[in-house]
Design a binder for this molecule. Structure first.
Ligand code: SF4
Length: 1006
């Protein structure tokens, strides 16, 4: 029992039945004191805990009711400050020229309250006390305007409450002879509060003695242990491991932290999560938090933050998807009243091309519903999603909405849509709801926004600022409290976390609105930054003096985010010097004496919090466990399998772990009727680039989830832009064919092209709204320029040929208007050696070039438009880029077959041209003659051998990985893709890997 509790017990004993008012820094702390008295055996009768504020309200309660006054909520105070600032500050003033931000208003509110609690009113500020007389005038006016605003609203603040109560007591005499006022000797009071306590009980006030640092009975000499940890997370683990290893009952332990963040979150999350693989063993560790935990740790708090971001990012589809996937939204009901799983809604949402924009949801979801042909679960889910989104959108205003609308909408979001899965969620809805109600009341139904008040920023900060679930110490629970205001539980094991030099004591910061030098002039009772700093140290000493039992002081000696050393703070160093007797000891001397840092791997088997820590302990312990890998593999099947795969991949042999399918069926062989139909880019060239990527895409059919994130700087991704450009070129060439005006003439046709671009860009814009006008203009400029280049270059290069087929679809459904060579079935292409493949192609343009009479037979040239800004990949020195480029060969072969059917066996496909209308490539063409067909078909035959024989090795060139969709899959195996490619190279170079011979041919012959 410490001195304060002893004296409190004595007072309770002396004044056993008289009414006692115990003044405490908080109701929770006061009750902890009384609990300790009662637990020590002294009856506690007729005692009430009061804070200065609640005491004042107790005294003036009747007057407030009579005069229709109320205590201002934090929301109302903030609005009153905003109104006062707006009222008195001028843009050319001293303080007035500062930009009005929510942070500035928070500072102003704190300064005003400081002044009022120090007993300083508008007349108490003298211009002579300030170097800047204008500033003094402004502060005087601000104080007066704030008070006037409170009066107008019929409100009082805490300073007013204390002042009114003091006046009330002066008028009516002390609270009463019967009441004994008990006040601890070290309670911190402002001038106004001090006056109230002096007035309240006259001679019946009892000051309770407290432990003085260095005093005879103080806890200064209590056993102290000093520890350090690798990061704050391990400081927290260190506490829990001590409880386990030293068999400390949780309700004998109090953890004090110097900073709410990150310690509250870390204590909460570590205590919640015991890493047992068996969920039934996952009991968690019960903890009470004196200050509660931030609402952002709850689902409703996270929903409020995500909703705010969703609205301010322009309602992106990806934002709604994230809310659904994180389980933040309550499941809606289907037509029959059954809850629809949010995972199903998320899947359906992925299939809709909403992109972003509040107004697009309804239309796109309806289009999606209309596109579903058959009734069934998909249709049901789409309808449920549409209904759900409709209600969510109805409570989601635009960012320009008024403060009153935004706050009402936020409340509706929490009440109607927030998922409540546990007690914390329930508390969050309640507490956040109270704050929102208080703001609604403070806004008083106004349609115009309060000047200087940013409601969206206020909403954004709410989940972080509001804490929930605060509780006093409870039996069976570990108790966590902030250092300032903690240490009152009377528990015998105290851990203080966060005593590094960056955290405690926190640097005293001057109030920028009322500097220290001005504060000293205005009133001696106004607190200054150096007094704040001094008090932090003094309070820490008092805290230690008041503790009993065992004390552990802890600091983080490493920042694990950036692997930087951090250092013990001055109070820990001073305490260590005192305890160790090393009066001049420095940080290095301290570190020499301390045990190694607490880390993720415990040092003792009996301190492991879960099985994961136990394995880490075994991995790090001395002496080493020689056969640990084998033991781990015996315990965990997947590790054993992973070890076998790892060894195989590390070897030079080509194995099933490297992409070898040891029994490939005919369905993998493109040369069999059951085999895959081959296209150029996603089939043959994909194999040539990386057989493993082809395996993922075409054999396992793994598709990357569609990326729904909107790039704020880009309208249309590369593929969408390419499609739009193709459409523009198609329309233009089609128009000239129809009008029989090919080749183009710039003077005549540039306006035609411009009109086509305008119309198609408008359509694209409707389908995919740009994130902003700048992004649209950038893309549009590129489109305009490319279209212009196309017209000019086609005019310049005009020869005897003219386009006859546009977007010919062979082996594919017809697109655009179709051509008379379109065929839904694939075409057979004969390969050297007698085999055939079935192939398909969509050909941008086929020109007939024999009209001039130089060709005896029907003769054609194929064009393929490329929006790429580089021509090199389409013009490789080896013609086929080691199998990565066979489009020219395949298209000539496929077109040759269908054109021969149409025009007779003498038909000739004489060439193939890649055409680049881009700004950088400026209409360049890369041309190939028909002489590439024969060697090209040989390359295609080799490519087809790879899937047919089950060879799906990763590429040996990291350049192939640059834009690959499967990077994440490969990186799960080998973080550095260059090493993965190196391993492929080794396997290719090993002559024993005969299965890789075709791949070797491609890469070596190229
Ligand atoms: S990341 Fe590289 S190795 Fe992996 S599949 Fe893609 S291209 Fe192949």
């Amino acid at each position: 029992m410490n001195t304060l509790i002893e004296h409190l017990a004595e007072a309770c004993s002396t004044h056993r039945v008289r009414e006692k008012w115990l003044v405490a820094p908080s109701l929770r702390v006061g009750h902890q004191w009384l609990d300790q008295v009662a637990l020590a055996g002294t009856p506690v009768v007729n005692a009430r805990v009061l804070t200065v504020r609640s005491l004042a309200l107790q005294v003036i309660g009747a007057r407030l009711a009579k005069e229709g006054l109320a205590v201002a909520s934090p929301a109302a105070r903030r609005l009153a400050v905003a109104a006062a600032w707006q009222d008195v500050m001028r843009d050319d003033g001293y303080l007035g020229k500062a930009r009005r931000t929510p942070g500035l208003l928070a500072l102003a509110e704190a300064t005003i309250l400081d002044l009022k609690l120090a007993g300083v009113g508008p007349t108490g500020i003298k211009t002579g006390d300030f170097e800047q007389r204008l500033k003094a005038h402004e502060l005087t006016a601000l104080l007066g305007a704030y008070q006037a605003e409170l009066d107008r609203r019929g409100l009082i603040d805490n300073a007013d409450a204390a002042r009114l109560a003091t006046a009330e007591l002066a008028g009516n005499g002390a609270a009463g002879r019967e009441i004994v006022l008990l006040r601890p000797g070290d309670i911190r009071l402002t001038a106004v509060e001090q006056a109230l306590l002096d007035a309240v009980a006259g001679e019946n006030a009892v000051t309770l003695a407290v432990d003085e640092p260095g005093g005879d009975d103080s806890g200064t000499d209590l056993p102290v242990r000093f520890v350090h940890a690798a990061g704050e997370a391990n400081e927290v683990r260190g506490v829990l491991r001590s409880c386990l290893g030293e068999e400390l009952a949780l309700d004998t332990v109090e953890v004090l932290y110097t900073a709410s963040e990150p310690y509250v979150s870390l204590i909460y999350e570590t205590a919640q999560r015991v890493f047992e693989p068996d969920a039934s063993l996952d009991l968690g560790i019960p903890v009470t938090f004196a200050g509660g935990v931030p609402a952002r740790l709850s689902r409703p708090g996270r929903l409020l933050a995500a909703w705010h971001e969703w609205i301010h990012d322009g309602f992106p589809q990806s934002g709604l998807l994230r809310m659904l996937q994180a389980g933040l939204l309550r499941s809606p009901a289907d037509d029959e009243g059954h809850a629809v799983a949010t995972a199903g809604l998320a899947r359906t949402l992925r299939r809709t091309g909403i992109g972003f924009g509040r107004d697009r949801y309804r239309q796109c979801l309806q289009e999606h519903i209309d596109s579903i042909e058959r009734p069934g679960s998909h249709l049901q889910s789409a309808r449920a999603l549409a209904g759900f989104v409709k209600t969510l959108i109805s409570v989601s205003p635009e960012p320009s909405a008024s403060a009153a609308v935004a706050v009402t909408a936020a409340k509706a979001l929490l009440v109607d849509h927030a998922r409540v899965a546990d007690t914390l969620d329930g508390l969050a809805v309640q507490r956040l709801g109270q704050e929102l109600d208080a703001m609604t009341e403070a806004l008083d139904g106004g349609t115009a926004d309060p000047p200087g008040f940013d409601v969206w920023q206020w909403l954004e900060e709410l989940p972080e600022r509001i804490t929930i679930g605060g509780s006093g110490p409870r039996p069976g629970y570990l108790h966590a409290a902030p250092l300032r205001g903690g240490g009152h539980s009377g528990r015998t094991n105290t851990f203080v976390l966060g005593l590094d030099d960056g955290r405690f004591p926190s640097a005293g910061r001057q109030d920028p609105l009322l500097l220290d030098v001005e504060r000293r002039q205005v009133a001696t009772s106004l607190r200054t930054s150096d007094v704040e700093l001094h008090e932090q140290l003094e309070q820490f000493d008092r805290l230690l003096a008041g503790l009993r039992g065992r004390l552990t002081l802890s600091f983080s000696s490493r920042n694990i985010d950036d692997d930087r050393e951090t250092f013990a703070g001055p109070v820990l160093l001073a305490a260590w010097r005192r305890v160790s007797g090393e009066r001049d000891g420095d940080h290095a001397a301290l570190m020499k004496q301390l045990d190694p840092a607490i880390s993720f791997a415990p040092r003792d088997a009996d301190r492991c919090l879960d099985s994961g820590e136990w394995w880490l302990y075994q991995a790090a312990r001395e002496p080493r466990v020689e056969n640990l890998p084998e033991l781990a593999e015996a315990a965990f099947d997947h590790l054993a399998r992973g070890a076998v795969a790892g060894a195989a991949r590390a070897s030079d042999a080509f194995t099933v772990y490297d992409g070898l399918v040891d029994e490939p069926g005919p369905e993998l062989d493109p040369c069999t009727p059951r085999g895959p139909v081959m296209s150029a880019t996603s089939g043959l060239q994909a194999i040539g680039k990386c057989p493993l990527a082809y395996f993922y895409a075409r054999v396992l059919k793994i598709e990357l989830p569609q990326d729904l994130d909107v790039n704020p700087d880009e309208w249309l991704d590369a593929m969408q832009f390419g499609t739009l450009l193709h459409e523009v070129l198609f329309r233009f060439v089609e128009r000239l064919i129809t009008d029989d005006t090919w080749p183009p003439e710039p003077e005549r046709d540039l306006p035609v092209m411009a009109a086509i671009v305008e119309s198609l860009a408008d359509d694209a814009r409707r389908r995919n709204p740009p994130p902003n006008e700048d992004a649209y203009r950038r893309r549009r400029r590129r489109l305009d320029r490319s279209a212009e280049i196309f017209v000019n270059e086609q005019a310049r290069r005009a020869g005897p040929g003219r386009p006859v087929y546009l977007e010919a679809s062979i082996g594919l459904p017809t697109e655009q208007r179709g051509t008379d060579i379109d065929a839904p079935d694939p075409v057979e292409v004969a390969l050297p050696g007698g085999s055939t493949i079935r192939a398909r192609a969509r050909i941008d343009r086929i020109d007939r070039v024999d009209d001039g009479g130089t060709h005896k037979h029907p003769t054609f040239v194929i064009y393929d438009y490329k929006s790429s800004s580089k021509t090199e990949p389409y013009d490789p020195p080896d013609l086929f880029d080691q199998g990565r480029l066979v489009q020219h060969v395949l298209y000539m072969a496929v077109a040759g077959a269908v054109l021969a059917d149409r025009f007779g066996p003498d038909t000739v496909v004489d060439g193939f041209r890649f055409m680049f209308p881009g700004v950088r490539t400026h209409g360049r063409e890369v041309a190939f003659g028909r002489d590439v067909i024969e060697p090209g078909l040989e390359v295609i035959r080799t490519l087809c051998t790879l899937p047919a024989t089950g060879v799906f090795l990763a590429t040996d060139d990291p350049d192939d990985c640059r834009y690959c969709s499967y990077r994440a899959a490969c990186q799960a195996v080998q973080r550095d893709l260059r090493e993965l490619c190196e391993a492929s190279k080794r396997k290719i170079d090993n002559p024993a890997n005969t299965a890789l011979k075709p791949f070797v041919e491609l890469r070596r012959d190229g």
